[in-house]
Design a protein around this ligand. Structure first.
Ligand code: ADP
Ligand code: MG
Length: 330
């Protein structure tokens, strides 16, 4: 992928445009955005001709509305996600306004990654592997285990070796791809508890699915001198990005808005600093989200951000905000 090396690599910034929904088509929404090649997306609104908005935005890769998630995975996320089998941590984010396609994109990418990880394991019988799955939600800066019916917030602890760890989080040893589907549906059900509208909650909370892969060479197993390779890949379905701008305008009045502001804004600052070369102090500790992800951001960890966009004219302000975030990350 564009000759990116592991260590000095910048953050990979991808943009995915979704198609107009049936509802939008039925209400004669105009689609104002178009991917003109593999790297550039263009704003085309003839009614706004002569406006001062920049109209072309370029990124590592842009995906048109008719691209399948498989293609986004293969060309955008696969290499980064699978570096986990070689002991390299990584994080793949979906950033965008509610209804722009974050969950649609992340679920697909998680499933393709797991399929490829099991495929890799079957082709490398010389090593013994364990794949562990955990899932948490950050809502109001409280961390909740999505695999547990106990909703007591989980604490974050500083481990001298592993860095920040989520205390007592459930880790399931993943058996196969079907097991993943089971676990994902448990998470989905957990997220709905206590909410009348799923969208309401998912637009305000961040979800992190973490796969940790441990492996060791079979010939050394039980001989005391085997070294275990361990790394994690994180799939982060962020709160709707409209929450960042709303929280800014609402000030500190809403507790919830304020916290989402904190996690999303801290992430924004961290990402901007990382993209500028990873020098100086990085404020990972300012939010739960960035604390939890710290071992998988920066250093030699690899990061991709998939910015999801609605093409609809009525969403133009949020679409532009997302693109501005994406520009800061590259
Ligand atoms: P978000 O998680 O950002 O709120 P969703 O992933 O739930 O958004 O997507 C909103 C709706 O749009 C869902 O019904 C989803 O199936 C559909 N959708 C999103 N992205 C695409 C896409 N690239 N192609 C087809 N349908 C999509
Ligand atoms: Mg969602």
């Amino acid at each position: 992928m564009q000759g990116l090396s592991c260590r000095e690599e910048k953050i990979l910034v991808l943009v995915r445009l979704r198609p107009l929904s049936e509802k939008e088509v039925a209400s004669s929404e105009a689609a104002d955005w178009e991917c003109i090649n593999d790297t550039t997306i263009l704003y085309r609104n003839t009614l706004r001709e002569g406006s001062t908005f920049p109209s072309a935005y370029s990124f590592d890769r842009v995906f048109r509305g008719d691209c399948a998630t498989r293609q986004v995975y293969e060309e955008g996320a696969k290499e980064i996600a699978l570096s986990v089998v070689n002991g390299i941590n990584s994080s793949i984010f979906a950033y965008g306004q509610t209804s722009s396609g974050k969950t649609y994109t992340m679920v697909g990418i998680t499933e393709y990654t797991v399929a490829d990880i099991f495929d890799y394991i079957h082709r490398h019988e010389e090593r013994a592997f364990a794949v562990k799955f955990s899932a948490i939600e950050i809502y109001n800066e409280a961390v909740r285990d999505l695999l547990s019916t106990d909703h007591t917030p989980l604490r974050l602890l500083d481990d001298p070796e592993k860095g920040t760890v989520v205390e007592k989080v459930t880790e399931e040893v993943l058996r196969d791809w079907n097991h993943l589907k089971e676990l994902l549906s448990i998470c989905e059900a957990q997220r709905q508890i206590g909410e009348t509208l799923l969208n309401e909650r998912s637009s305000r909370s961040h979800q992190i699915i973490r796969l940790t892969i441990e492996s060791s060479a079979r010939e050394f197993l039980g001989k005391g001198n085997s070294t275990t390779l361990a790394a994690s890949v994180n799939f982060i379905d962020l709160a709707g990005s409209e929450r960042a701008s709303q929280a800014l305008s609402a000030g500190a009045r809403l507790k919830e808005g304020c916290h989402i502001n904190r996690s999303l804004l801290t992430l924004g600052t961290v990402i901007r600093k990382l993209s500028k070369g990873r020098h100086g102090h990085i404020n990972y500790r300012d939010s739960k989200l960035t604390r939890i992800l710290q071992p998988c951001l920066g250093g030699n960890a690899r990061t991709a951000i998939i910015c999801t966009l609605s093409p609809a004219r009525s969403h133009v302000e949020q679409t532009r905000n997302t693109l501005l975030f994406a520009c800061c990350a590259k």
